[in-house]
Design a protein around this ligand. Structure first.
Ligand code: HMG
Length: 464
């Protein structure tokens, strides 16, 4: 049985910080954020928004635009790393909000959990729910997977450049109009790591930035190796002499903590895929230098990062490699469109990969490309750490959905925050009733109980 994404909806908070203002305030060259990391705006939640509101708003939009009623939904999963409670799952808050619109107990028959594994958990949620559909357990119902997060880092840290917030809700069924997942090729890698983690009670993560960048690349590469084997063994992709499997994947969507991480991931994968192919000679000639090798090629991530001579040369080589005709062509054809939304919004943790997917569809369609039958490869990464690589093909009815996509219109009119406003929100100095924007047709948080018997209980309302 087939399974895949039938439709998707996004909810992005309308407050944002401009990366140029932010850079100036932090004493950083604006070009570092804009050109170096690929960030132009970071979405910031208002004082009356939390990850549950973002998820419920995306979910409501998805249901309304598809005329899906609660009785059509068998499972509602929320994947997040911005959990509100150690025990109560985020999807229960979402169901509570949706029942304000659809009626009490309207989701009673439905099941679901909150999934956690940093940014990769949404991909696990999609995979598990697709298998629920493939196994014939869905009995004609759909599953909804919502990925929702607020990426927030310590003020003054380098992570603060890579914030953002938002949710993506995806409707899954056995006759998807948008993307059908390729069966039996999904591949994973996993390792106990401390690249990025958020201990209990701490609002912001502890991050080892450069370590996390390299670990991401290594883990995705490991999952990709396993994917390659499965894709060739199952015969979904066939390659000829001198080709790589990437030649047969039309688009790549990568986890995007910041837009330029997609470029880093592409150059890392291509260098390793192309090395043994005839095209490598002509590509490397354009760089004018030998590809550097670390002092200890089998060393740890720490030893590679500490090998300063190698790191400098490798950085230089990567820059030259990404200017070659072959890389530029591949980048423009297969990756560039998926990065556009990330530059406008920032890191959405679990939702970043799926915002990138949406961005790929919208901006490739705008170029006039017929997307039917195109294969999309996904590189999902979650700190801690695990990667998942999988793929799917765009379905014949995709136009029905993609032709109506309009990112700017769907975000709505945005308000640029002054640095003072941003810092007040960041340091939680405003209460939910001191929001900066008026809510329109959306759920908002009104209060959090602090009495001993009900501490942490959250109340939400739908604002018409
Ligand atoms: P940093 O270390 O300050 O930045 O922070 P940098 O020195 O690496 O510079 C960034 C880029 O800007 C570099 O480009 C510089 O060359 C360039 P690259 O060489 O890499 O292509 N640059 C400039 N460009 C133009 N003009 C200039 C200039 N100066 C420098 N004047 C870092 C970057 C990402 C480490 C930091 O923001 C951070 O720690 N972020 C949080 C962690 C993170 O996002 N890690 C990414 C991988 S892990 C992941 O994706 C998982 C995650 O989403 C969490 C989860 O799974 O839940 C984070």
């Amino acid at each position: 049985m087939a399974a895949g994404i039938d439709d998707m909806a996004i909810y992005i908070p309308r407050l944002f910080v401009d990366s140029a203002d932010f850079a100036v305030a932090r004493g950083v060259d604006p070009a570092k954020l804009k050109q170096g990391l690929g960030i132009s705006k970071m979405a910031i939640v208002d004082t009356n928004q939390d990850p549950a509101c973002l998820a419920a708003n995306a979910c409501l939009k998805l249901m309304q635009k598809n005329n899906v009623s609660p009785s059509d939904v068998g499972r509602l999963y929320v994947a997040t790393e911005s959990a509100l409670d150690e025990s109560k799952a985020l999807n229960s808050y979402v169901i509570g909000m949706l029942e304000q619109v659809y009626g009490p107990d309207s989701f009673e028959h439905c099941g679901g959990i909150e999934c956690k594994f940093a940014c990769v958990s949404g991909s696990y949620a999609l995979y598990d729910n697709s298998n629920w559909i493939r196994a014939g357990e869905a009995e004609g119902k759909s599953a909804i997977v919502v990925v929702s997060d607020i990426a927030k880092y310590d003020m003054g840290s380098t992570g603060e450049y890579t914030q953002g917030a938002g949710a993506v809700a995806m409707l899954l069924n056995d006759k998807p109009r948008l993307l059908q997942f390729d069966a039996k090729v999904t591949s994973t890698s996993i390792k106990n790591e401390y690249d990025f983690y958020r201990p209990f009670g701490k609002e912001t993560p502890i991050v080892h930035g450069q370590y996390s960048n390299l670990l991401y690349l290594i883990q995705v590469k490991k999952a990709f190796e396993a994917y390659k084997k499965k894709a060739l063994d199952t015969g979904i992709i066939k390659i000829n002499e001198g080709e790589t499997i990437l030649d047969h994947i039309d688009y790549l969507c990568m986890h995007l903590p910041y837009s330029n991480m997609g470029k880093k991931a592409l150059s890392y994968l291509l260098r390793r895929e192309w090395r043994s192919l005839p095209r490598w000679k002509r590509t490397i000639e354009q760089t004018g230098m030998e590809e550097p090798v670390p002092k200890d090629p089998r060393g740890t991530i720490e030893s590679i990062l500490a090998d300063e001579e190698y790191m400098t040369k490798d950085h230089e080589f990567t820059k030259l490699f990404t200017k070659t005709k072959e890389y530029r062509q591949f980048y423009e054809d297969k990756l560039a469109s998926s990065l556009i939304a990330s530059t406008m919004i920032g890191n959405l943790y679990t939702a970043s990969l799926y915002l990138g997917f949406r961005s790929c569809l919208e901006f490739e369609f705008q170029k006039g490309v017929d997307l039917a039958g195109k294969r999309i490869g996904f590189g999902s990464y979650g700190s801690g750490s695990s990667a998942m690589v999988f793929s799917g093909t765009v379905q014949p009815d995709y136009k029905e959905i993609v032709s109506k996509m309009n990112l700017e219109m769907e975000i709505g009119e945005r308000k640029k925050l002054s640095l003072e406003e941003y810092e007040e929100i960041h340091e939680n100095k405003r209460s939910p009733d001191q929001s900066l924007l008026d809510a329109k047709k959306e759920f908002v948080l009104v209060s959090i109980e602090d009495t001993p018997e009900s501490r942490g209980e959250r109340k939400y309302v739908f604002c018409d």
